[in-house]
Design a protein around this ligand. Structure first.
Ligand code: GLP
Length: 233
């Protein structure tokens, strides 16, 4: 087990600056051909900073972590819509991939996505974290060797993420997600977590023990993880 690189910041704009410098260096050294991207409010300042910068992603292929099953890319609650809104319509990428929420055969869609990931090894994966410690939609007790799959969302996730839906009943209770193994294959990982609601998850991670109930702790088995947080443990 290797030591996590923990970066304490005072606010979201410092986090965005850190990620900007990190990505800029990788682009300059030509070590960023593929990037894994995340959704969620934590990522908004990061993408805003990229959009306002001169960073050039036109030779970079992007993969997103997850998508709700049943939502089209035109649905404002879909992650495809989020990515277009906050990043892709402003910054050109070489190619962007996200699971197809409307895929007719979800199992086949998982296989297709996992295959694409294996063909394009990720140089860097960005992650947020759920209040229950999930990364992507790998809910508690997801095995470490999981690959892209359809996840059943827990009550905790349904209630936290349900607030973004105008009617919580419209929120799908299943989602496509990259698995833990798919995420851990990335060469480097940056996880960003802000605020008290993420304290339990960050404390579990910093305790340094892998715990199947907190899938964030699987990151402890990866050799190159940077955690950017405003939390003082
Ligand atoms: C969702 C996503 C996760 C993300 C989490 C945190 O559940 N599936 O990938 O990390 O939201 O979102 P936020 O940044 O809004 O707290």
């Amino acid at each position: 087990m290797t030591k996590l690189n923990v970066v304490r910041v005072n606010n979201e704009s410092e986090a965005a600056q850190y990620v900007h410098e990190y990505v800029k260096n990788k682009l300059q050294n030509e070590t960023l051909q593929t990037i894994g991207l995340a959704t969620g409010s934590t990522m908004i300042p990061i993408y805003k900073c990229w959009v306002e910068s001169t960073l050039d992603f036109s030779e970079v292929t992007a993969f997103n972590l997850d998508e709700y099953v049943g939502l089209s890319k035109d649905n404002p609650n879909s992650y495809a819509y989020f990515m277009n809104e906050h990043l892709f319509q402003h910054k050109p990428f070489k190619q962007t991939f996200i699971p197809d929420g409307l895929a007719e055969d979800p199992e086949e869609e998982c296989e297709r996505y996992e295959q694409l990931l294996q063909e394009h090894p990720l140089d860097l994966q960005l992650l947020g974290v759920g209040e229950n410690g999930h990364i992507a939609f790998n809910e508690p007790e997801t095995p470490i060797d999981s690959i892209t799959h359809v996840a059943k969302l827990t009550d905790s996730t349904l209630s936290v993420n349900g607030q973004y839906f105008d009617n919580a009943e419209k929120m799908p209770d299943i989602a496509f997600t990259m698995g833990i193994e798919s995420i851990l294959r990335a060469k480097s990982i940056i996880l960003i977590a802000f605020g008290e609601k993420k304290r339990a998850a960050i404390e579990k991670l910093l305790e340094g023990k892998v715990d199947v109930h907190w899938t964030i702790t699987y990151l402890l088995t990866h050799p190159d993880v940077t955690v950017i947080t405003d939390l003082q443990a």
